[in-house]
Write a protein that binds this ligand. Structure first.
Ligand SMILES: Nc1ncnc2c1ncn2[C@@H]1O[C@H](COP(=O)(O)OP(=O)(O)OP(=O)(O)O)[C@@H](O)[C@H]1O
Length: 198
């Protein structure tokens, strides 16, 4: 049976970096599910690669057509930022294995939508101090660093990814992203196993 892998973790744990590498690992043959967001595009991001960057009008249109699989709205310092996954023809579990980035809420809703057997969590962890350092470093490289939003997100993650929430969803397996290559190798091995290749 085909699988949909959901890469999750707190801010700056390296989800985007790991997601990109897994997508590029030809041996896995994973198709990516691109999510949608109404937040502004960051330097270095490309439309249709990290996300489809859309406005709220588009979100409302997809909602009216019952095409939104899961949706989260964050009250940020810059207003409401929406993130969602749309049933836009990208996912066909009878044909391929897929990978996407998400939050715990995404994972829960996607699991409800496609069923527990088809959806596999990949939870990334980084020690809090190191993670804050990486978040700051990344923000400093932006044209308009959003430090207040970085701090808000850092604190919000504590609640969103609490042990209680992780336990509720039965997420026991953790991948530590200290050294990205070691982390990737572990994930690749497990993805192969889950897809029945090992
Ligand atoms: N193993 C690693 N060692 C050093 N730096 C890393 C490692 N993994 C990721 N990074 C860097 O840490 C920063 C955060 O990584 P990334 O943007 O992939 O995180 P993210 O989890 O997708 O964050 P967010 O959810 O906030 O978008 C980036 O600048 C990235 O280059």
């Amino acid at each position: 049976m085909s699988k949909l892998f959901v890469v999750m973790g707190k801010s700056a744990t390296g989800k985007d970096s790991i997601f990109k590498k897994l997508k590029e690992t030809a041996a896995l043959g994973l198709k990516s599910v691109i999510g949608y967001t109404t937040r502004p595009i960051r330097n270095g991001e490309t439309e249709g690669i990290e996300y489809y960057f859309v406005n709220e009008e588009k979100l409302n249109e997809l909602k009216r057509n019952n095409k939104v699989i899961e949706h989260r709205a964050y009250h940020t310092i810059h207003g409401i930022w929406n993130y969602f996954t749309a049933d836009d023809g990208q996912i066909d579990l009878s044909r391929s294995n897929y990978i996407m980035i998400g939050t715990l809420v995404t994972y829960e809703q996607i699991r409800n939508y496609f069923g527990e057997k088809s959806v596999v969590p990949i939870y990334i962890e980084v020690e809090d101090g190191l993670r804050l350092e990486r978040a700051l470093h990344r923000e400093q490289s932006q044209e308009n660093p959003k430090y207040a939003e970085m701090c808000r997100r850092y604190l919000a993650d504590e609640e969103d990814f609490s042990e209680e929430n992780l336990n509720k969803l039965n997420i026991t397996k953790r991948y530590e992203n200290k050294d990205i290559e070691i982390c990737l190798n572990k994930i690749i091995k497990d993805i192969k196993q889950a897809c029945g290749e090992e």
